[in-house]
Design a protein around this ligand. Structure first.
Ligand SMILES: *Cc1c(COP(=O)(O)O)cnc(C)c1O
Length: 481
């Protein structure tokens, strides 16, 4: 059974060159042995197991039954240069042959780590000259917590311990990163958050902006930070962390007034400002880093995902002069690091990924061409009777599914949470060749940055057709009139 299920034992289909997989056997083995992240396994088994992905090219994926799917989510917000890049595979192979691993502890380094650190210092906003490498976004944010507290110790203000974050933020899944995150479902498991982390409201105009203009709401939502600082006492507060645009929380795009006001408040109280760019970095928002679009200058930047387009795990923290000078000049040992910090193979993948982003001008293309085109396509989808509103920011976009549409985000009538309409819609999308993510009843895309205007149209047409299927399904279930 195992032999038959493995691709090595697969036959080649005559003529097509496509590999044939024993999907049923793979699903059965997966169900028997594989615990998936963020998954209800009883429900997964009931649904017949997980879909098996076997191949990718550009914005498309193929599953083990040969079905072609548009990947509207770039894997998990990460495959920025698209699938099938042999250049990254070649760079990884060459580095594995030369030096597959050596550590960066104990006064040693390696060539790809050196070159990547220099490359990142060039690409990052001014004042960022240093980088600390990790293997994931979660590890990057754990590093942020330790680095921020170390900084204030060295500044002889050790009482500055508290890090302020936001409800419904996502910063990862390790103990510290999940604590920084504001996901109630995560905090409910495993005794989180850890001490010294507090959360304020998120800048969601739909959730809390009724009766205000968006600009007024942005100032108000940033004001929650100042209220929290005053409640704690400014001398206790170490840092504020946020995603420029919240990703996993449902593509929450703050009003343009929000981040500059956050910056003003952090400056006023001398608090470190941390931008979690794990999704927004490396071109997603049409800039190398999302803070550049949102108009703020952080002291630390956490990154991962798009730095390698997910081909090999890599993350890290970019460190500005304010923090680096203290850590380097007076810090002594920073007792923190990972076996795979500065992994040569991961850094080689990142170097080639960044070379592709630059050569193909993908970041510029998002800003000038595909971002605006996605905005127009989603404005079209907002006309669908099931869609209350569409929002986009460069190459992230979201649609709100509503029961009754009344022409304004605060007047629309929503579905009951228990009806899980977003998941029903996601099912129709998945079954009909387009991957969208559902966060509640908000349907999200973040396609690879290589997507063309024509492919955006193809994706939007397919989404419209699946919205029709969803609407009919909801009518049959009696959930809409
Ligand atoms: C995905 C994500 C993380 C966590 O990264 P992992 O590589 O999954 O640990 C952190 N922050 C943001 C904003 C993310 O989207």
């Amino acid at each position: 059974m195992i032999q038959e299920a493995l691709p090595g034992a697969a036959e080649l289909q005559a003529g097509t060159g496509a590999t044939v997989y024993d999907t049923a056997a793979l699903k059965q083995l997966d169900t028997a042995h594989h615990l998936h992240p963020f998954t209800d396994h009883a429900l997964l088994r009931q649904r017949g197991g997980a879909r098996v992905m076997v191949r990718g090219d550009g914005i498309y994926l193929w599953d083990s039954d040969g079905r072609k799917i548009i990947d509207g989510m770039s894997g998990l917000w990460c495959v920025n240069v698209g699938y099938g890049r042999t250049g990254i595979a070649d760079a990884v192979y060459a580095q594995m042959q030369a030096l597959p691993f050596y550590n960066s502890f104990f006064n040693t380094t390696n060539v790809p780590a050196v070159l990547l650190a220099e490359q990142l210092a060039q690409l990052a906003p001014p004042k960022f000259g240093h980088v600390f490498f990790t293997s994931s976004g979660s590890e990057a944010n754990d590093t942020v917590v330790r680095m921020v507290r170390r900084y204030w110790d060295l500044m002889e203000q050790p009482q500055r311990q508290v890090i302020i974050s936001r409800r419904n933020a996502y910063h990862g899944s390790t103990m510290a990163a999940a604590s920084l995150g504001g996901m109630a479902g995560m905090h409910a498991q495993g005794g989180l958050p850890i001490p010294g982390i507090v959360h304020i409201g998120q800048p969601s105009y739909a959730e809390a902006g009724q009766g205000m203009s968006e600009a007024e709401f942005g100032i108000k939502a940033a004001g929650w930070l100042e209220e929290q600082i005053l409640e704690l006492g400014a001398g206790q507060v170490a840092a504020f962390i946020g995603e420029p645009v919240q990703g996993a929380g449902g593509v929450i795009i703050p009003p343009p007034t929000y981040w500059p006001e956050i910056q003003r408040i952090c400056d006023k109280y001398g608090i470190l400002l941390v931008s979690d760019e794990v999704i927004c970095g490396f071109g997603r928002l049409g800039r190398w880093f999302g803070c550049e679009l949102m108009g703020f200058q952080p002291d630390l930047i956490a990154f991962a995902k798009g730095v390698t387009s997910g081909y090999v795990p890599l993350g890290g923290v970019l460190v500005s002069a304010r923090v680096a000078e203290v850590l380097v000049e007076r810090g002594g040992d920073f007792n923190h690091g990972f076996t795979y910090s500065g992994h040569p193979v991961a850094c080689a993948a990142a170097l080639e990924n960044i070379r592709i982003l630059r050569e193909e001008k993908l970041v510029e293309k998002v800003a000038a061409e595909t971002g605006p085109h996605l905005k127009a396509a989603f404005a079209g989808l907002a006309l669908h009777p099931l869609v209350g509103q569409a929002e986009t920011c460069a190459l992230v976009a979201a649609l709100d599914l509503v029961r009754v549409k009344r022409g304004s985000v605060h007047a629309n009538e929503r579905f009951a949470a228990k009806d899980a309409v977003g998941m029903i819609c996601r099912g129709h999308m998945f079954d009909n060749g387009v991957i969208m993510r559902a966060v509640g009843d908000r349907m999200i895309v973040a396609p690879p940055l290589v997507i063309t205007r024509q492919q955006i149209d193809e994706m939007a047409e397919r989404i419209w057709a699946c919205l029709d299927l969803t609407l009919n399904d909801l009518k049959a279930r009696g959930l809409v009139g």
